[in-house]
Design a protein around this ligand. Sequence first.
Ligand SMILES: Nc1nc2c(ncn2[C@@H]2O[C@H](COP(=O)(O)OP(=O)(O)OP(=O)(O)O)[C@@H](O)[C@H]2O)c(=O)[nH]1
Length: 378
Amino acid sequence: MYLNDARETMRPEPRLAPESVPANRRKNMHLARIPQISPLSLISLLYAMSMYAFYQQGFIGRATFLAVAVVVLCFVVMFYCAFRFGLNARFGDQSLMLPQILAALLIMLTVAYLEQATQMALVPFVLIAFSFGIFRLSTASLILLLFGCLGAYLGIIALHGRAEGYGIGFRAELMQWFVLALTLPGMILVGKQIQNLRQLLNATRYQLEHFEEKSVRDELTGLYNRRQLQTELDRAKLQIDTLSIPFSICLIDIDRFKEINDNSGHLAGDTILKEFSCVARDSIRDTDILGRYGGDEFMLILPNTVLKGAVMHAERLRVYAHFLDFQKILPQKHISLSIGVAQYRRGEKINDLISRADAALYQAKQLGRNRVEWADAT
Ligand SMILES: Nc1nc2c(ncn2[C@@H]2O[C@H](COP(=O)(O)OP(=O)(O)OP(=O)(O)O)[C@@H](O)[C@H]2O)c(=O)[nH]1
C-alpha cells in the first residue's frame, strides 16, 4: 500500500491551468522547464564535439561535420522552443524524453550510416541517450526503443555489407552491434533496479512521515495526543523561561460522559468526542494547541495568554459546545463542559501547572458542572 502511495507521488503531476497555479509555483515550473532540455542538448553537444575530433583527424568530411552541427542545432532550438512556449504541456510526458532520445538516436544512426568511421562513437553515445530515458520512460517504451535502435543499427550494418562486401569491416561492425545488444539491456536492467530503489526510498520516507504524524495524533479525534501535549507544554515553558512569554492552559471535560456512553452507546460517545473536537479546533487561534488529554478530557494550551484571556476563551468554548446539536443521539440534545484554567507560574513544574488546572476543573464539577473555574495566577 505504501509503495503504491509512493509511486503515486512519483507520477507526473496533473496539468494545471497556468492561472490556477500560485505565482511561486509557476516560477518553479518555469525553472523546472529549463533543465528538461538538457538530455538532447548534452548528448548532441558531446556528440558534435566528438564529430569535430573525427573531422579534425580526417575520418569524416567537412560537409558531414557541418551537417551534423546544423541538424543538432535545429533539434536543440526546436525542443528549447517547445519548452519555452509550453508546447510540451500538451503531451503526457511533459519532459518530452522519448522524442528527445529519438532525435539524438536518429542523428547518431544517420551519421553512422553515412560515415562508417563514426561507429566507434555510437555505442557510448547510445548508452548515454538511454541512460536519460531509464528514469522517465516506462519499461515497455524502453524495450521498444531498444529493439528499434538495435534493428536500425543492424539494418545500417547490412546496407554497409551489401555495398562494400562482407569482409572484416562488416564483421567488426557486427561485433560492435553485438556489444551494444548485450550492454543496452544490462544497462536498462541496472537502471530499473535503481528506479526501484528510489521508489522504495520514497515509500520508506512516506511511511516515516506517516508514522511520525501518527505518533503525535490521537486516532479518534485527530487532535494531538497526550505525549505531544507534554512536548508542547515543555516548549511553552521554555519560551516563558527564556522570552518571558506567558501561557495558560485549559483542562476541558465533557460532563457526565459516562452516562452518555451508558445511555446512548459507545459509538454515540465517539461521535460526540469527534464533533466536539472539530468545533473546538475551529474556535482556536492558529497558535493555540488543542489535544486530547485522555478519555473525555481535552487540553488547550494558549501561548501568549494570561489567565483572564484564557478564562474568556474557555467560557466561549463552553458556550459553543453547549449549542452543539446532538438531538439525533442524545435524549438531552446537548452536552456541557466543565473547564479548569491555570496560567503558568514562572519556574513551576509542568505537572504542578496541570495539577492546578485539574483542581480548578474539579472545583467546576463540584460547583455543579457546565462552568469554568480557574486557579489563582499568583
Ligand atoms: N465513547 C468513548 N468513551 C470513552 C472514550 N475514552 C473514555 N471514554 C469513557 O468516558 C467516560 C469518562 O467518564 P468520567 O470522566 O470518569 O466521568 P463523567 O461521566 O464524564 O462524569 P464527570 O466527569 O464527573 O462529569 C468513561 O466511561 C470512559 O469509559 C472513547 O474514546 N470513546
